[in-house]
Design a protein around this ligand. Structure first.
Ligand code: ARG
Length: 395
């Protein structure tokens, strides 16, 4: 089987991954040279190179050291051309979970990931964390998580066609139901984690409320905002991207950062195929919706975004606004330039979905390049998260 990245997902759509192919020795060497050159503590690379070459020749792959996966994961974040939040790439907390094989053990470690990300000793002070599970071994099946994120709300289609919960998750919710899961039927049911291992097939694990930090949305001036019943989870934790380091592929390497307000306020709550809240907010604001030109959508969007930032602040949960995050990204660009490194960036993702031209990231162009280490979203992983087929993949 051969996995192709989602078309257009990367600037360079030529990345393909064949899970049956041996590790590319050239990519391994390039990575090791980069890693040992950037992190002098690791010592000379030559000895390591000869050992890795021998391992690849004998087994088709090689075992990376903790320092190598830790550095590789950080550089994969640094290379993520769609991410505006890369200034803090060095601060990524790397959890080495390569020895977990059973679904039960993997689930327990995912809960520990969420607790560590939410910084439960100081809740809300979120930390960027990645858990790196076992790499894909050429020619052998590997464990994976079906969910696109560790935390997502179920979506239930009602008979009148409307959706209770998150419309994006309707098909995933149906698949979980077909596999025996029962949600409570509220608008904020936490979806179970679907963990697939070669030995056990797919198994579902309910996410305990206690490991999920949530924020109820209110507005600094508009008291009726709470009546909308909006809330969101604190931690965005992507769980279906493949981490590629030095020719070794980690299909299960969930990672999280913290939210930029617009991801929730503009996209999740505003998009017409998500919560589609602009008409309701505009109505409650008493805006004139008789013409597009009254800019009722724009005005409602701004208040939604203010509400999200206000509510996270009130709850003491880390979040950032798009102005601050844009400034930080430019600082990151300058830092990297000084270090003599290019910063691959995708303008269409870096520029925030509201008030683009009011942020400095709008007024320039960026290098587009497919640098590795990297995170890739494979077409089948994307498909499994949004249109899963429980019968075809289980067992
Ligand atoms: N946009 C996604 C969401 O709304 C999250 C993507 C990752 N975001 C982040 N701030 N690390 O859930």
């Amino acid at each position: 089987m051969s996995h192709t990245a989602v078309p257009g997902y990367r600037d360079n759509p030529t990345e393909t991954w064949d899970p049956d192919a041996p590790v590319d020795a050239i990519e391994a060497e390039e990575f090791l040279r980069l890693c040992y050159a950037e992190d002098k503590r690791l010592g000379p690379v030559e000895q390591r190179l000869s050992s890795v070459r021998a391992q690849i020749a004998a087994t088709g792959t090689y075992t990376q050291t903790f320092d190598e996966i830790a550095y590789g994961a950080k550089v994969a974040w640094r290379n993520a051309s769609r991410c505006i939040g890369r200034l803090y790439w060095r601060s990524l907390v790397v959890l080495d979970r390569r020895d977990a094989h059973t679904a039960e053990h993997i689930f327990a470690l995912l809960l520990r990931h969420l607790r560590q990300a939410g910084n439960m000793s100081n809740p809300g002070m979120l930390r960027p964390v990645i858990s790196i599970f076992q790499p894909a071994t050429p020619g052998r099946p590997y464990p994976r998580i079906w969910n696109e994120q560790l935390i997502r709300y179920a979506g239930y289609r009602r008979s009148d066609g409307s959706v209770l919960g998150d419309p994006r998750m309707v098909e995933f919710t149906e698949a979980m139901t077909a596999l025996g899961w029962r949600g409570e039927g509220t608008g904020h049911d936490l979806l179970p984690l679907a963990i697939e291992t070669p030995a056990e097939g797919v198994r579902l694990f309910g996410l305990p409320r206690a490991s999920v930090l949530e924020v109820h949305i209110s507005h600094p001036e508009l008291p009726w905002f709470e009546e909308l019943g909006l809330r969101w989870h604190a931690v965005p934790a992507i769980s279906n991207m493949r981490l590629s380091i030095g020719g070794v592929h980690y299909p299960m390497a969930p990672f999280n950062g913290w939210y930029m307000g617009t991801e929730i306020g503009a996209r999740t709550f505003g998009d017409t195929d998500r919560y589609d809240m602009l008409p309701e907010v505009a109505k409650r604001m008493g805006l004139d919706t008789s013409s597009d030109a009254t800019m009722w959508r724009d005005r409602a969007l701004i208040e939604l975004n203010r509400a999200v930032l206000h509510s996270f602040d009130l709850a003491g949960v880390k979040i950032s606004d798009h102005h601050t995050e844009s400034e930080r990204f430019l600082t990151h660009l300058r830092n990297e330039e000084r270090a003599g490194r290019p910063v691959p960036a995708d303008w269409s993702w870096i520029v925030p979905p509201i008030s683009g031209s009011a942020t400095p990231v709008f007024h320039r162009y960026y290098h587009e390049a497919d640098l590795r280490p990297a995170f890739y979203l494979d077409a089948d992983a994307h498909e499994r998260a949004l249109h899963p087929k429980p019968s075809a993949s289980g067992g």
